[in-house]
Write a protein that binds this ligand. Structure first.
Ligand SMILES: Nc1nc2c(ncn2[C@@H]2O[C@H](COP(=O)(O)OP(=O)(O)OP(=O)(O)O)[C@@H](O)[C@H]2O)c(=O)[nH]1
Ligand SMILES: [Mg+2]
Length: 464
């Protein structure tokens, strides 16, 4: 039995704009009476018997009180075989938001109340239809902004965290069972694993938790928009490159140095990942106050970039070399793009620019925004650089709540290992294993402290 306020809730469950259909969901004990007040066929209300005979089937009927407002498909999901585990109805209207809102008013009129944010899923969880991580996964799916994030959310929805925590839980329960047996039956003839085996098993659980947490942190940082900043001297072709990556003429391009005076940013997806692409003002010494401010902001964009692109002008070897000197500290973590190779200056090859970049462990590309030479190769490299993530297969995306709990498990296991190292008795460190188990239970939102005894007897040959 849950501790829910048992009332019947209603909400529009599809996006609040027009579409082919718009769905209203109703959940709670009054689902049937409320539905019967609102639904009819040939001006006759739908009978309870009819509805019970047609559970989970789409019923074509009219919706409204005195005035009918739409012909809809109604599906009745009797408890507990529904999303929330309660009595539920789904009403498929034509997808007009004004129509849906007026339908909602009728639901309120006959006894339903507006659902709170996430209340259907909360009820599903409280009725044990889903565990906490699945509930979190549903939210992750809804809010995914990229293919990568969606794949991670889908894995969670299909129980990836549950599988992992069940395995960890089982390992820790076994450990706890052995420790408890040692405490309770230490005078009897028990076959205990050796201490070093026990330590290895704790370390194994520790490293699985650590890898999960580290992987999740990597996944989170990959999901956050990467900031890709294009930086360089004036007139090198930064805005031209920005436009080519975007595939449209976003930034003004001109032959006048200092065209871009403030940085400009665009949010796009590159190969499924969201990025923020930033074009900046060309860096030069100037007496123009506004341009100076723009240059300062551009520098700070460059400093905080996840991916730094430096554009140089192959037609201007002196300025390019000077600029490389100016960013020399950043050469190793930048993609140096030598643009305008269609218009290389005569002294370019004799200069030791390539050597200068290579000596600083830099990576360079030769392109022409004019002829497009080298652009596909550069964009491919940029993609792979942004995507230099592992396959989502190897990662689990954890909510902050779960990251915190995984960290607590690590802390408990760390303390366990220290206690064992200090020759503490099992009575003492078994409490730490207990704490780890509680944290694991909290990940899935269920805390179970039983089952231990059964494991003790199944694993050990007590009273042989
Ligand atoms: N020949 C040649 N000209 C190019 C190439 N790429 C850009 N240009 C020209 O170079 C000039 C400057 O290009 P922009 O893209 O505005 O350069 P920018 O680096 O954004 O310049 P600022 O905003 O002033 O810092 C324009 O006249 C472009 O048409 C190229 O590959 N080859
Ligand atoms: Mg520009």
């Amino acid at each position: 039995m849950s501790f829910l306020k048992i009332d019947t809730i209603v909400a529009i469950s599809t996006p609040l704009n027009s579409g082919a259909i718009g769905i209203i969901r109703l959940s709670g004990p009054e689902t049937l009476p409320i539905s019967q007040k609102l639904l009819s066929k040939n001006l006759k209300p739908l009978e309870s018997n009819f509805l019970h005979e047609n559970t989970r089937k789409a019923i074509y009927c009219d919706f409204g009180l005195e005035t009918k407002i739409d012909k809809i498909l109604f599906t009745y999901f009797p408890s507990p075989h529904s999303y929330t585990g309660e009595e539920m109805g789904e009403f498929s209207f034509h997808g007009n938001i004004i129509l849906l809102k007026s339908a909602l008013q009728l639901f309120f009129k006959v006894g339903a109340r507006p659902a709170e944010r996430g209340e259907f899923t909360k009820r599903a969880y409280l009725n044990r239809k889903i565990d906490l991580t699945s509930a979190e996964a549903i939210a992750q799916i809804i809010h995914s902004r990229s293919q990568f994030e969606l794949e991670l959310a889908q894995k969670n929805a299909f129980g990836e965290i549950h599988k992992l925590t069940s395995m960890l839980r089982s390992e820790l329960l076994n450990l706890k069972a052995e420790c408890e047996a040692e405490i309770d039956f230490s005078t009897e003839d028990l076959t205990f694993e050796s201490m070093s085996e026990r330590i290895n098993r704790i370390k194994k659980v520790y490293s699985i938790c650590k890898n999960t947490l580290d992987g999740s942190n990597r996944a989170s940082s990959l999901i956050e928009k990467a900031k890709v900043v294009i930086f360089g001297p004036p007139n090198a072709g930064k805005s031209s490159l920005m436009n080519l990556i975007l595939g449209r003429e976003r930034a003004i391009v001109s032959e006048i140095p200092g065209t871009t005076r403030d940085y400009l940013a665009e949010d796009i997806h590159l190969d499924g990942l969201p990025i923020r692409l930033v074009d900046t003002a060309g860096v030069r010494t100037t007496s123009d106050k506004i341009e100076q401010l723009g240059i300062e902001k551009s520098k700070s964009e460059f400093e905080t970039a996840n991916v730094k692109i430096v554009v140089l002008d192959a037609g201007n070897s002196i300025e390019s070399k000077e600029f490389l000197g100016f960013i020399s500290e950043n050469i190793k973590n930048s993609l140096i793009v030598i643009n305008k190779i269609d218009d290389k200056s005569t002294d370019w090859n004799s200069d030791d620019i390539y050597k200068f970049i290579e000596d600083k462990n830099g990576k360079y590309f030769e392109i022409s925004c004019k002829t497009k030479k080298g652009i596909p190769e550069f964009v491919d490299y940029l993609n792979s650089n942004i995507n230099s993530r592992e396959n989502s297969e190897n990662l689990i995306l954890l909510e902050d709540r779960n990251k915190y709990l995984f960290q607590r498990i690590l802390d408990s296991l760390d303390t366990t290992l220290h206690l064992i190292d200090n020759k503490s008795p099992a009575e003492i460190y078994v409490k730490e294993i207990d704490d780890a188990l509680i944290s694991i239970g909290q990940i899935n939102g269920r805390i179970e402290t039983e089952e231990i005894l059964g494991r003790v007897f199944s694993k050990f040959c007590i009273g042989k």
